[in-house]
Design a protein around this ligand. Structure first.
Ligand code: NAD
Ligand code: WQD
Length: 337
C-alpha cells in the first residue's frame, strides 16, 4: 500500500517513514526541504533498508499539488506533517504560517475530496488546549483561544478537516502531540533545529555538547513541585508508531466518513528540572543552567490523558523519559562528531 508522507524528511516525519516502511508500507515523501535536508533519506535507508520515493515539492503551490495527485493515483493514506512550527516566528510573521499551514492543507484536501475515499492523518498539537483546567488533559477539554498564529493554524486546521469530512469521503484522524523529543536509537535520524533551538531538549543537548554556554530555565516560581513548568515529553519513535496504528485504523475502517481525535503523549508530566536531571543521569555530566524569568506564553502544566489512544488505537508510549533523553544525547553526539 502506498502512503504519502508530507514533511517526511522532518523530525517526526522521518521517524514515521521508518516505522511505516518497517510495517511494509510503500512511502512517497513530499517535502520542500525548507526545514530539512535530503541527507535524511540516507538515515531512513540505513535503518529500514528501503528507499522511499521522494518528491521535492512545495505544498503552497496549488498546481504542483494537483499534478502530484494526478501522478500518484493509488494512494491508501496521507500523513500530513508539513508545516512551519516555530511559535515565536509565527508571531513575527503570521502570514507565513497561515499560508504554509493552511493553504497547503486546503490544496491537499481539494484533491482528496475528489476521490472515492481518502484516509488522512493530521499533525495537531496539545497547544490547542492552552492552559487546561484539569490534568491530565482529555480530548474533551475545551479548546482555548490560541496564543500564537502557529497554535491558531492547528485549531483552524482541525476545523477545516472536520468541515470537509462532513461533505466528502475523507476519513481523518487528528493526532494532538504533546512534547516530542529524542531520536531513533540507531542515531541515524533525529531532530535538526536550525539556529538556536527554541525547545528544551535540543537546547539541553546542544549545551551538553558545548555549542551553547548554558540553558536558561524559564521560571522557577510556578505552582509545581519544584517551581518549573510541567510537560509530557514523548519519545519520537513512540509518536511515530502512533501514526502507523492510526493509519491502519483508517484503512481497516468500513465505517462512514468520520473524524477522530487522539492525544498522543505518555500520560506523565515532568518538570524542567526533572528533564535536566535525566540528561545529567544518562550523559554522566553536569549541565550548566541558570534560572531566568518566565517565558511569555508558557502554560504551567500540560500532560495527556492517553486512555482514548490506549483503548481505541491499542497504542501506548513505551519509552521512559531517560530513554528518550538518552536517544537525543546519542544523536547530538553523533552529528557533532
Ligand atoms: P519539522 O520542521 O522537522 O518537519 C516539517 C517538514 O515539513 C520539514 O521537513 C519541512 O521541510 C517540510 N515542509 C514545511 N513546509 C512545507 C511545504 N510548504 N511543502 C513541503 N514541505 C514542507 O517539524 P516536526 O517537528 O517534524 O513537526 C511535524 C508536524 O508536527 C508539524 O505539522 C508540526 O506543527 C507538528 N507538531 C510538532 C511538534 C513538535 O514539538 N515538534 C508538536 C506538535 C505538533
Ligand atoms: C518545554 C519547557 C519551557 C526552552 C512548544 C510549542 C508547542 C509544541 C511543542 C508544536 C517549558 C522550558 C524551554 C529553554 C526552558 N510544538 N524551557 N528553557 O513550550 O511546551 O511547546 O513545543 O506544536 O506548540 O509551544 O515546549 O520545549 O519550548 O518548552 O526552560 O531554553 O521547557 O519554559 O516549560 P513547549 P518547549
Amino acid at each position: 500500500m502506498k502512503i504519502v508522507v508530507t514533511g517526511g524528511l522532518g523530525f517526526i516525519g522521518s521517524h514515521t517513514v521508518v516505522e511505516l516502511q518497517n510495517e511494509g508500507f510503500e512511502v512517497v515523501i513530499v517535502d520542500n526541504l525548507s526545514n530539512s535536508s535530503e541527507d535524511v533519506l540516507k538515515g531512513i535507508v540505513a535503518i529500514s533498508g528501503k528507499q522511499p520515493i521522494f518528491e521535492k515539492l512545495d505544498l503552497r503551490e496549488k498546481n504542483a499539488v494537483q499534478d502530484f495527485f494526478k501522478k500518484h493515483t493509488d494512494i491508501s493514506g496521507i500523513v500530513h506533517f508539513a508545516a512551519s512550527k516555530a511559535v515565536g516566528e509565527s508571531v513575527e510573521n503570521p502570514l507565513l504560517y497561515y499560508e504554509n499551514n493552511i493553504n497547503a492543507l486546503v490544496y491537499i484536501l481539494q484533491q482528496l475530496q475528489q476521490k472515492d475515499r481518502s484516509n488522512f492523518i493530521f499533525s495537531s498539537s496539545c497547544t490547542v488546549y492552552g492552559q487546561a483546567e484539569k490534568m491530565p488533559i482529555t480530548e474533551n477539554a475545551s479548546i482555548q483561544a490560541a496564543i500564537s498564529p502557529y497554535g491558531n493554524t492547528k485549531q483552524i486546521g482541525e476545523e477545516i478537516i472536520q468541515d470537509v469530512a462532513k461533505v466528502s469521503n475523507i476519513n481523518a484522524i487528528l493526532l494532538r502531540y504533546f512534547n516530542p523529543i529524542g531520536a531513533h536509537p540507531s542515531a541515524e535520524i533525529g531532530e535538526l533545529p536550525i539556529g538556536v533551538p527554541q525547545n528544551l531538549v535540543p537546547f539541553i543537548t546542544q549545551t551538553g555538547i558545548g555549542l551553547r554556554k548554558e540553558l536558561s530555565v524559564f521560571g522557577s516560581d510556578y505552582p509545581t513541585s519544584d517551581g518549573t513548568c510541567i510537560r509530557d515529553y514523548i519519545h519520537v519513535v513512540d509518536l511515530a508508531k502512533a501514526h502507523v496504528v492510526a493509519l491502519k485504523r483508517l484503512i481497516d475502517s468500513k465505517n462512514e466518513t468520520k473524524v477522530e481525535t487522539f492525544n498522543i503523549g505518555t500520560g506523565t508530566g515532568s518538570t524542567v528540572l526533572e528533564v535536566i536531571k535525566s540528561f545529567e543521569k544518562v550523559s554522566g555530566q553536569k549541565l550548566a543552567y541558570k534560572v531566568v524569568d518566565r517565558r511569555e506564553g508558557d502554560v504551567v502544566e500540560a500532560f495527556a490523558d492517553t486512555e482514548k489512544a490506549n483503548s481505541v488505537l491499542g497504542w501506548k508510549a513505551e519509552s521512559t523519559l531517560d530513554e528518550a533523553v538518552k536517544s537525543a544525547w546519542e544523536w547530538e553526539k553523533k552529528i557533532r562528531s
